[in-house]
Design a protein around this ligand. Structure first.
Ligand code: C2E
Ligand code: CA
Ligand code: CA
Length: 396
């Protein structure tokens, strides 16, 4: 990443070189705050900085860092009583797509940086055109997300969770949808990562909690069968939000009993194993909410956290559950997880259950619950309520 301040010369000329030097130092320290420990920052000379990001997953991750950099440098600087502001132009070249050696990468990042300047400053540009197109999309999603909450564009769908022993619906997983004004209904994989990168997942996650609790309480008071509503929680809500306060608020506002709320955590949250995570989990437990581990079996393989965090339920990942006929190892894995859970006194639910054979297999293995297209796709609240009524009628 090649980074160049847009009006440094003017600042130098108007405030003197001493102030200019202090500004460069302040810029460097803000850059440092945006980068991880494993990244490299250097000053190439003048007002040019070079940043090297290692281990980035995709162009989206680069876009997220770049937008963070632009934001960080856009805030005014207070230097010896002067309020200074500067904009920044950024050019990006990606190994190995744009070059395999440092000279080529540098030269291409530089070219991209000039494109950003021509595009009107305080902007960034990838060397590769497709990456620019993706970055524009990413940016549109991020800006759209800023307004989506207060414009009421989010909605929750609910997918039933079935008790395999009795066949009764015992729970509902709340799954978010975004009714985008131009792009129509978007699934979570089209915006959750962007929401996580920008921190917007914290207010969005709060909304999901409140809305799911409100809906579950409404179903209860309309006489529908007792249900546990399960809500997905992102790792960012744990580290950057105040999850305990959010859960407390959602429960108080709705009057939903805590035992009727389940939080689906991922292994990535629990393996952080920091004092903060441990304390948050303990406080959530003492509120009386249920905790389950989502996508169990795909993340980290340390099992120590299962007992340390006192979770209630394992949600066996879809990748083991699907395609069991063709992949005998999957069946072994599912059986092993169920047995382990039983000896640790944990409940189990299998997700992604698509056919009857599977239901039989799971019942035979004493898996507690199941969820998947075989029973129902996730559906809007109204349809879910109708589904419950029909289900009750059949049971009766
Ligand atoms: P997940 O937690 O693993 O949720 C289950 C996903 O599997 C849902 O996709 C659901 O529609 C899909 N699914 C359910 N049954 C079947 C089946 O039988 N076969 C197949 N192939 N798929 C099935 P969806 O709604 O697109 O959600 C995707 C992911 O987005 C979720 O994966 C979850 O990680 C995340 N997500 C959804 N809502 C929220 C939310 O409110 N907050 C956060 N942080 N993440 C959310
Ligand atoms: Ca889930
Ligand atoms: Ca899952």
């Amino acid at each position: 990443i090649f980074l160049d301040l847009d009006n440094f010369k003017t600042i130098n000329d108007s405030f003197g070189h001493a102030v200019g030097d202090l500004l460069l130092k302040a810029v460097a320290s803000r850059l440092g705050e945006c980068m991880r420990d494993c990244d490299t920052i250097c000053r190439q000379g003048g007002d040019e900085f070079l940043l090297v990001l290692g281990n980035v997953l995709n162009a989206d991750a680069i876009t997220a860092v770049t937008e963070k950099l632009l934001d960080a440098l856009a805030a005014t600087f207070e230097i010896e009583g002067n309020e200074l502001s500067t904009s920044t132009s950024i050019g990006i070249a990606v190994y190995p797509d744009d070059g395999r050696d440092i000279e080529t990468l540098l030269q291409r990042a530089d070219t991209a940086m000039y494109h950003a300047k021509e595009a009107g400053r305080n902007a960034y540009s990838f060397f590769t055109e497709q990456m620019n197109i993706d970055a524009v999309e990413h940016h549109r999603t991020r800006v759209g997300l800023l307004h989506a909450l207060h414009r009421g564009e989010f909605r929750l769908n609910y997918q039933p969770q079935i008790d395999l022993a009795t066949g009764a619906v015992v729970g509902a997983e709340a799954l978010i949808r975004w009714n985008h004004p131009q792009r129509g209904e978007l699934a979570p994989d089209q915006f959750i990562t962007v929401a996580e990168d920008s921190g917007l997942i914290v207010p969005i996650g709060d909304w999901v909690l409140r809305e799911a609790c409100r809906q579950a309480a409404a179903w209860r008071s309309s006489g529908l069968p007792q249900l546990v509503v399960a809500v997905n929680v992102s790792a960012i809500q744990f580290t950057r939000g105040d999850l305990e306060a959010s859960v407390r608020t959602a429960l108080e506002e709705s009057g939903l009993p805590p035992a009727c709320l389940e939080l689906e955590l991922t292994e990535s949250i629990l393996i952080q194993n920091t004092e903060q995570v441990l304390q948050t989990v303990q406080r959530l437990k003492s509120l009386g909410v249920m905790l389950s581990i989502d996508d169990f079996g795909t993340g980290y393989s340390s099992l120590a956290y299962l007992t340390r965090f006192k979770v209630d339920k394992l949600k066996i990942d879809r990748s083991f559950v699907c395609d069991m006929e063709n992949q005998p190892n999957n069946a072994l894995m599912v059986r092993a997880i169920i047995q382990m859970a039983a000896s640790l006194n944990l409940k189990t639910i299998a997700e992604g259950v698509e056919d009857e054979e599977l239901v039989d297999f799971l019942r035979h293995q004493h898996c507690g619950e199941a969820q998947g297209f075989y029973f129902s796709h996730p559906m809007p609240a109204i349809e879910f309520a109708n589904y419950l009524v029909r289900d009750q009628a059949v049971a009766a």
